[in-house]
Design a protein around this ligand. Structure first.
Ligand SMILES: Cc1cc2nc3c(=O)[nH]c(=O)nc-3n(C[C@H](O)[C@H](O)[C@H](O)COP(=O)(O)OP(=O)(O)OC[C@H]3O[C@@H](n4cnc5c(N)ncnc54)[C@H](O)[C@@H]3O)c2cc1C
Length: 467
């Protein structure tokens, strides 16, 4: 007799980008799928994000004349992580990111296209970030849920995975699900996909794996409590790169809204409380958080101008900041310094030297390459920023089919993982994050895991995932 009230072929825990894409992929394969989500609505870290995802070799890139391919993307991932990442996962993401995205566009009418404002930068040697122009990650996750509804996928909200029931060899038989009133429901499954996000909201885990993040404000999803990682580890799964995470140096204070990276890429600067620059603003989008927190009071100011503002005004986060009148504005560096409490001569010097470098009359003091951009000029804007932890990048070790592995490299029989729950490709720490690898891992491993889990549940062997 079964221990479970009922059984599904594919059970997906977590309904952010990874879980939603996995569920769509499994449903497309004609296999029954159930999604459980601890929150009462679509969101997750995906819903807080800028909704940008990397893909190499897409039609949208080609339409903009961008030559890119999986081999280049793979090289970029490995270079950014200084070779200290899993080449199997890196290759899997590099090869499958474009097919996954094109499938979502063609089959499910997801409106992703190349985000041309996000030029090749921060380790991506080609423009390859795709987004939904004028929309954020919240719009994206809501659209994914609409598509799941269209596909007839059931999503149980307010339902948290709290236990995995498995045989001694790690074969998953089913799960225990907790409802808000504490009631436990037991559901059997033939395959299980863990898509519960990372562990950034779990202080015990961040203290253990990335203690330096204590200096950062947590600006990720509260549901990222590491459930998938903890439950997977109990089953005998290997973990990888647990100290890996994306920090961010541009969380506006007090608004709590991210300054989008194109503000820097279009010419913006970051200065400290005194008005001095301290880093090449185009070197490391995630690792820049640590030099920021070492500055006086751990705060900075993003300095840009009206022209940069205009070029980036359609990006939802900046549009909101404009609406909130969050930026200080002034016509001269001295007046701006007075507004932000900086030393007028230091701020003037920082801006003048950057302008000199932009004009090619002297090297940039921080080594920034100004090719194709210009530093800010009057009228100036300034946004106060602090450093934050956005999401973690370490997790369950998976293979090219998003199958969860044991420490000896063997597969657990029917367990899959993706997105923040899986090991990504950012190396062991904070400096290996390539822009948009969070959602790239979620979307690509979601697509792969959904197809592979469906095939396993249906007794077929998945042949078409390239690795
Ligand atoms: C402010 C911000 C901006 C970002 N911008 C970008 C960006 O532009 N591009 C990019 O690539 N990355 C970005 N990221 C990172 C990106 O959002 C994540 O890497 C990505 O969303 C992870 O997707 P996911 O599906 O794995 O996790 P999530 O989207 O977090 O989804 C996991 C879901 O699982 C649920 N859950 C958790 N535990 C359980 C459980 N036990 N049972 C059931 N459900 C559970 C959660 O409630 C959540 O809804 C950003 C992150 C932040 C915080």
């Amino acid at each position: 007799m079964s221990d479970f009230d009922w059984t599904v072929p594919v059970l997906v825990a977590g309904a952010g980008a990874c879980g939603s894409v996995a569920a769509l992929a499994a449903a497309d394969a004609g296999v029954g799928v159930l999604v459980v989500e601890r929150d009462d609505r679509p969101g997750g870290s995906t819903g807080m994000s800028q909704g940008l995802v990397c893909a190499a070799g897409t039609r949208s890139q080609a339409a903009h004349g961008v030559a890119d391919d999986a081999a280049t993307f793979f090289d970029d991932i490995m270079a950014k992580a200084r070779g200290k990442t899993d080449p199997v996962i890196a290759r899997t993401l590099a090869i499958n990111s474009a097919p996954a995205l094109e499938w979502l566009i063609d089959r499910h009418a997801l409106p992703w296209e190349l985000e041309t404002r996000f030029r090749a930068s921060y380790g991506n040697t080609r423009p390859r970030l795709h987004g939904w122009p004028g929309h954020s990650g919240l719009d994206m996750v809501q659209l994914l849920h609409a598509r799941m509804a269209d596909a007839g996928v059931d999503v149980l909200f307010d339902t948290r995975l709290v236990e995995i029931v498995a045989d001694a060899d790690g074969r998953v038989r089913g799960v225990a699900l907790e409802r808000p009133d504490g009631a436990i429901e037991r559901v059997g499954c033939e395959t299980l996909i863990l898509a519960c996000g990372g562990y950034g909201a779990n202080r015990a885990m961040t203290d253990r794996y990335a203690p330096e993040t204590r200096a950062l404000r947590y600006n990720g999803h509260e549901g990222s409590e590491g459930d998938a990682i903890t439950l997977g580890e109990k089953l005998g799964a290997a973990l990888g790169d647990m100290g890996s995470y994306q920090g961010y140096a541009m969380l506006t204070d007090p608004q709590g809204i991210s300054v989008p990276p194109p503000v820097l890429l279009e010419g913006g600067l970051i200065v400290n409380a005194h008005g001095a620059r301290f880093t090449d603003e185009t070197a490391d989008i995630a690792g820049m958080v640590h030099p920021l927190t070492e500055q006086p009071d751990g705060i900075g100011w993003v300095i840009y101008d009206a022209a940069i503002e205009q070029r980036c005004a359609a990006i939802p986060e900046l549009a909101t900041l404009i609406e909130l009148h969050a930026a200080k504005s002034a016509d001269t560096p001295e007046a701006l310094a007075a507004l932000i409490g900086a030393d007028p001569s230091m701020l003037t010097d920082a801006i003048k030297r950057a302008q000199g470098a932009g004009a090619g009359s002297a090297p940039d003091p921080l080594g920034r390459d100004w090719t194709g951009t210009q530093p800010p000029s009057a009228p100036f804007r300034a946004l106060r920023v602090i450093g934050a932890l956005y999401h973690t990048q370490g997790g369950l070790q998976v293979d090219a089919e998003a199958r969860v592995l044991r420490p000896d490299g063997s597969r657990l029989p029917n367990l899959f993982a993706g997105g923040g729950s899986a090991r990504s490709v950012s190396g062991p720490s904070s400096w290996g994050y390539l822009p948009a690898m969070g959602l790239t891992t979620a979307v690509t491993l979601g697509w792969i895991s959904g197809r592979a889990a469906a095939a396993l549940a249906a007794g077929r062997t998945e042949q078409s995932v390239e690795s």
